[in-house]
Ligand binder design. Structure first.
Ligand code: CTP
Length: 413
């Protein structure tokens, strides 16, 4: 596919570099058209080197070639990321004061804009009106994500991740491909648990873990992009992950059930799982919980030392569902977070767990020492129920999610 990647002048222009690389890796021919302001953030040589094509901002750079008409007519898809408030205003009023806006007027292919700006600018009536005008004209404006903005503030206005922009834009253009918009989960219902449980000790204390929920949310977003109906059972997600769920692309399609403890998680997963084709247990579930939870805060008695906390075992939700199958033909997927120890490697423990749990697939990942928790990268080996390796995936949590869905799709009846 021949893609024109417009880049306007916002700090998120650096993410356009990642988007460019992703589109190139997927085999698309990409020509970058930055605005003058975009080149204040990222230099033309970066775009030229990664696209392998010349970069210009002005209509007058190649007058005999009548670039804007040739580019606009020859494109299969135009993506503008980031689209600043100023760019949206110029596009909405049909201005043609640089190569990008002029090309946009000459383009007859699908146009996808990915806005990025501060929340106040995004919510300003002028921007809302410009977005409404563009949408009425058939331009696809991606909803910005919510989360950390340039400074310390957070809110809607963040440029979605390059993977999400690529997926949504390619799906608008009707392009497929393994990394594109394959709708291989269309008509399927999936449940994904994410985050980490908190087991109450008393009304103010709990036993918890470091899971951010990033991998589970990436799984939910990937499933949505592939056409599934998704329920996300969210246990105590990190704030930035919660923001993604609340305002990320596809948010309207995802049902989010918030839970805290293992008991609540179990109930929510079993309820949603009764109608699901696939259940993925990506949550870090506490193996034990305090035997009793008093209604009042446990008080320190000076000189008496700590009061012991008696623990009892939690039900193993994954093993239960894998053995029962809440619905015939249901595919059940688990994770095995392992550090490896004297008794075996990460993979040894993963194999044992795969056999014990009875799930169709287990994604084994190494955790601890900064790996696995809270980062955007993950590295998993996918085992089947017998403990045999059926896949390997490394990269962003979204890439790992897609690799896992590839394995799930093969097992769906
Ligand atoms: N899991 C579950 N219910 C539990 C514990 C874990 O459903 N009570 C699920 C997790 O969601 C994950 C898988 O089981 O998909 C493996 O979790 P992990 O914590 O790695 O394994 P454990 O069963 O807790 O085994 P161990 O603590 O011995 O490593």
């Amino acid at each position: 596919m021949r893609i024109l990647l417009g880049v306007s002048g916002g700090i998120a222009a650096y993410k356009a570099v990642l988007l460019l690389r992703l589109l190139r890796e997927q085999g698309h021919a990409v020509r970058v058209i930055p605005t003058r302001a975009a080149l204040e953030f990222v230099g033309a040589p970066t775009f030229e080197a990664l696209s392998g094509e010349p970069v210009s901002t002005e209509v007058f750079d190649d007058v005999p070639g009548v670039q804007h008409v040739a580019l606009g007519k020859g494109a299969d898809l135009v993506i503008v990321a980031p689209a600043t408030a100023d760019f949206l205003a110029r596009a909405a009023t049909g201005r043609a004061d640089d190569l990008l806006t002029t090309t946009l007027l000459a383009a007859s292919c699908p146009v996808v804009l990915a806005p990025a700006m501060h929340t106040e600018m995004w919510e300003h009536p002028a921007t809302r009106a410009n977005v409404a005008t563009l949408r009425e004209r058939g331009v696809h404006v991606i909803e910005p994500a919510s989360g950390r903005l340039t400074g310390v503030d957070t809110g809607p206005g963040r440029l979605p991740e390059p993977e999400d922009i690529a997926r949504e834009a390619l799906s608008v253009a009707g392009a497929g491909g393994a990394q594109g918009s394959v709708q291989d989960l269309a008509g399927r219902t999936v449940v994904v648990s994410a985050g980490g449980t908190r087991e109450p000790i008393d009304p103010v204390r709990f036993i918890g873990n470091r899971s951010s929920g990033r991998q589970g949310v990436a799984l939910a977003q990937a499933a949505l992009a592939r056409g599934a109906t998704v329920t996300l059972v969210a246990a105590n997600l990190a704030q930035d992950v919660t923001d993604q769920v609340e305002a990320g692309p596809g948010r309207a399609a995802c049902t989010v059930v918030r839970v805290e403890s293992t008991a609540e998680l179990r109930e929510a997963v079993r309820t949603a799982g009764a109608d699901a084709d696939v259940v993925v247990m990506a949550a870090a579930v506490a193996d034990f919980r305090p035997a009793a939870t008093p209604d009042a805060k446990i008080k320190k008695v000076p000189g008496q030392g700590p009061a012991p906390i008696e623990l009892v075992e939690n039900p193993d939700i994954l093993a239960e569902i894998a053995h029962e199958r809440l619905r015939p033909g249901q595919v059940v997927v688990g994770f095995a977070a392992e550090t490896g120890d004297a008794s075996g490697s990460v993979l040894d423990h993963g194999r044992t767990k795969a056999r014990r749990k009875g799930a169709d697939l287990i994604a084994v990942n190494a955790v601890g020492s900064g790996r696995g928790f809270g980062t955007d990268a993950n590295d998993v080996t996918v085992l089947d129920g017998a403990g045999d390796v059926v896949g390997q995936a490394a990269g962003s949590k979204r890439e790992v999610a897609d690799a896992l869905w590839d394995a799930v799709v093969k097992r769906l009846p």
